[in-house]
Write a protein that binds this ligand. Structure first.
Ligand code: C3B
Length: 790
């Protein structure tokens, strides 16, 4: 297709789909016209994929996830269809700014962080590999809140991506299911019959996800909740307009908002309703599709693989048993076995507060039949494993992790370390009973979005050096290694980074009004704000460095820009304090005439996928500093390494595997290991001791306590200081010295810029294994037993 063809298609859509005269078209109109012109090219491969799947009798994979953090889709589609240059040229002809068109698309934030973004990378890889698959989730009206700062404090505003025109989804009025809640179970007949007392309709919206080079396209099917009866005419006619709209309002609540908290349970009935709502509609869709081609429900595992992304869809176990046993008449044992054959479960965290538990009472009132089936599943497990104390129901609560484990044929962790810890801790007993069930699948990221699109400069250099086969075979990046010795290559590599940094500096100037020097080291920590991720360790080190420069301003310090971005859950008071502290410190440090040549701090608001795409290619240093044993994997860490940043990190999550691959000499390791962390916690007054041994730390904490950064309100951070001196559960103090010293090694290393560039290039060359294509192949081979249909 030529750019003239694409231009003609856009003009046609502009005129006939949107009724706009090109003379009066807004950027938004151009974005929609381009989106439809591109979408037209996805529909055929999409249909072909469906036809091939049916014709070949292929096994299908269903990925159930509360979150899909897909971000913008237009550029992804354009890149995967190989239309980037074509589209650029088409807009050049039209005199419209192509970048502005791409950036006009709302960033679909239907997720909180790593878990949701992983699901989005998996969709891209499934389509690239040609594995027949569906993503199933919720079509939230409001995704993750928008973050801004007022006097340094986080302020949340609702996100409203769906209010803007959106080109990707196809509504499927024919695919709708009635989903019930509450009511009672009638056990008088041969089969138990659940009679819910509340019903909503789950309506399907499909988004095609096209893979690399348009060879295959899968579907992301998101469910929206609608009332069974749209409107209460009787109330309306009585003049009760509010009452008339009540059914709709109530139903819509279910798909209204994404819970803005990725690690702590809200304990709200609504959350459980959301989980059941999307899980039940997805499973009904799966069973319907299976029965349209096959009769024997016992053989479902041969054709159906259902992945539970964390425990959020864990109700799938009892729901699938209910469908097969109560509704389709299979004996309970057969239903359970068929369900287990289809289901597998990914655990994404060991944080105790994030392991979902629902009060039995709530479960029984919202899903009475499921509560009975959970008891039966638990009893069947106990009977099969006599004398073992492991149950899915304990202390009046249903433990969704245990339930998922019992109902899955495979359970996986997301990095080697995390999987090992799963076996030793949360699932120790279950692992003893089912030693083959737990497997590891280390996370990965899609190279299409996280290198090819977001870092065009580096991608071009890679293409010129080794060809473009790396895009769907990322381990070929290793072919770069032999070129790293070459001065010309190293300089070009450095220039690609420098140019990304200049672009970021421009962005920071324009959006924040802060000047940063593109030649300084860009040191970046971007992720959700959480104590275990230890943004406060980073800011304490920054304060200590600032003090060191102040005391000795004539020394030849290595200039640094510390960049932070990330949202705190609205109810997570401590995390919000950390944000406020970083902003307060930034204000003071950036205005310091003595130190600001050497140190700047920037906290960019409203972190999202699009901002990550801007930041990661411009990073020199990647901060991956969680308390060892707490970060299940991390995926940002992989994106940074792939884009040629060096990591400063602990031996946690996938950092361990990144370091093994890029080489210990190209990674700045600090801090305690996971077993050392456990041991350190048993030391009385560990924090006090660490503070006593580090004058830098003592001074930094003292500064916070003395109100150095908060002249107007010296008490503001007393509780942070108290937490550090007292409990310090995440061992910020105990790891401080090791971190501070390692940062000084980083300073020294950055001064030898050629050697740094060499290490950076080695990070890129050796990160190929962290492609989500590799991860998905692992799931296909070890868990789903599914094959590519290409
Ligand atoms: C995250 C974990 O915190 C990350 O370490 C991991 O890389 C990703 O999942 C993907 O596996 N996670 C999350 O974002 N939300 C949760 N509720 C639990 C884990």
């Amino acid at each position: 297709m030529t750019h003239a063809d694409l231009r003609a298609d856009m003009l046609r859509h502009l005129t006939y789909s949107f009724g706009k005269d090109p003379e009066h078209a807004h950027i938004r109109d151009w974005r929609m016209a381009l989106s439809l012109a591109v979408r037209d090219r996805i529909v055929d491969p999409w249909f072909d994929a469906t036809r091939k799947t049916y014709a070949g009798g292929h096994k299908r994979v269903y990925y159930l996830s509360m979150e899909f953090l897909i971000g913008r889709l237009l550029e992804d589609a354009i890149v995967n269809l190989g239309l980037l240059e074509t589209a650029r040229d088409a807009f050049a002809d039209l005199g419209v700014d192509f970048t502005e068109v791409l950036e006009n698309e709302p960033d679909a934030a239907l997720g909180n962080g790593g878990l949701g973004r992983l699901a989005a990378c998996f969709l891209d890889s499934l389509s690239t590999i040609g594995c027949p698959a569906y993503g199933y989730g919720i079509r939230y009206e409001h995704g993750l809140f928008r973050q801004s700062f007022v006097d340094g404090r986080q302020v949340e505003e609702p996100e409203d991506w769906l209010l803007q025109p959106h080109a990707w989804e196809f509504q499927r009025p024919e695919a709708a299911f009635e989903i019930g809640f509450g009511g009672s179970v009638d056990e008088s007949g041969r089969r138990a019959v659940w009679r819910p007392d509340e019903m909503v309709v789950a309506a399907a919206y499909d988004t095609p996800i096209v893979g690399w080079q348009g060879r295959w396209a899968n579907t992301l099917r998101l469910w929206s909740a609608k009332p069974v009866r749209a409107f209460d005419l009787e109330s309306f006619n009585r003049g009760d307009y509010v009452g008339a709209a009540a059914p709709e309002a109530l139903a819509r609540t279910i798909s209204r908002v994404l819970y803005p908290d990725d690690t702590t349970e809200q304990g709200k009935a609504l959350r459980l309703k959301q989980e059941y709502f999307f899980t039940a509609s997805s499973l009904r869709d799966v069973v319907r599709r299976y029965l349209s081609e096959h009769d024997d429900l016992r053989a479902m595992p041969e054709k159906v693989a259902i992945q539970l992304n964390d425990t959020h869809p864990a109700i799938a176990g009892p729901e699938l048993v209910r469908l097969l046993h109560d509704e389709k008449g299979l004996p309970f044992e057969d239903a359970e076995q068929a369900a287990r054959g289809c289901l597998s479960y990914t655990n994404h965290t060991l944080m105790p507060e994030a392991l979902e538990r629902w009060p039995e009472e709530l479960m029984a009132s919202l899903l009475p039949r499921h509560m009975q089936l959970i008891e039966r599943i638990d009893q069947a497990h106990a009977k099969a494993n006599p004398g073992r104390k492991v149950t899915a129901i304990e202390d009046g609560e249903v433990k969704m992790g245990e339930l998922s484990f019992m109902m899955a044929h495979k359970v996986n962790g997301v990095s080697a370390l995390h999987t090992g810890l799963m076996k030793e801790t949360v699932f120790a007993e279950l692992n003893r009973l089912h030693p083959d069930r737990i497997v590891n699948q280390t996370n990965g990221v899609t190279p299409r979005r996280w290198l090819l699109s977001s870092n065009p400069g580096l991608s071009r250099l890679i293409d010129d050096t080794i060809g473009n086969g790396w895009v769907d075979d990322l381990e070929r990046l290793s072919e770069l290694e032999s070129h790293i010795e070459d001065n010309g290559f190293r300089e070009a590599f450095a220039e690609a980074k420098a140019s990304n940094k200049r672009e970021l500096a421009r962005f920071v100037r324009e959006t924040e009004g802060v000047e940063i020097d593109p030649d300084a080291m860009f040191d970046i920590q971007i992720k959700r704000i959480h104590e275990y991720k230890r943004q406060h360790l980073n800011i304490l080190e920054t304060i200590a460095y600032w003090r060191a420069i102040q005391e000795n301003p004539d020394r030849d310090w290595t200039p640094r820009v510390k960049i932070f971005a990330g949202k705190a859950a609205p109810g997570y008071v401590f995390a919000k304090k950390i944000i406020h502290l970083v902003n307060d410190v930034a204000r003071m440090v950036n205005d310091d005439p003595v130190t600001s040549r050497f140190l700047k701090i920037v906290y960019l608001p409203n972190y999202n996928v699009s901002l990550a795409e801007r930041l990661i290619p411009a990073a020199d240093l990647s901060e991956q500093i969680s308390t060892a044993g707490k970060e299940a994997s991390g995926t940002g860490n992989m994106k940074f390494a792939l884009n040629g940043a060096l990591t400063i990190g602990t031996l946690d999550g996938a950092n361990v595997e990144i370091r093994e691959r890029v080489g210990a000499e190209n990674f700045f390791l600090f801090g305690m290991t996971a077993p050392e962390v456990v041991a350190r916690r048993t030391v009385a007054n560990h924090a006090e001791k660490a503070i006593a041994e580090s004058p830098e730390l003592a001074r930094a904490i003292g500064d916070i306590e003395d109100g150095v950064f908060t002249m107007d309100d010296p008490e503001r951070y007393r509780d942070i200081a108290q937490n550090l001196r007292g409990a310090d559960y995440f061992l910020v103090c105990s790891d401080f010295s090791s971190y501070y010293d390692k940062q000084r090694e980083v300073d020294a290393a950055y001064r030898n810029r050629d050697e740094w560039n060499q290490k950076a290039a080695l990070n890129t060359a050796r990160s190929g294994w962290f492609s989500s294509d590799r991860t998905i192949r692992g799931y296909m081979n070890d868990i789903w037993m599914a094959r590519s249909a290409l």
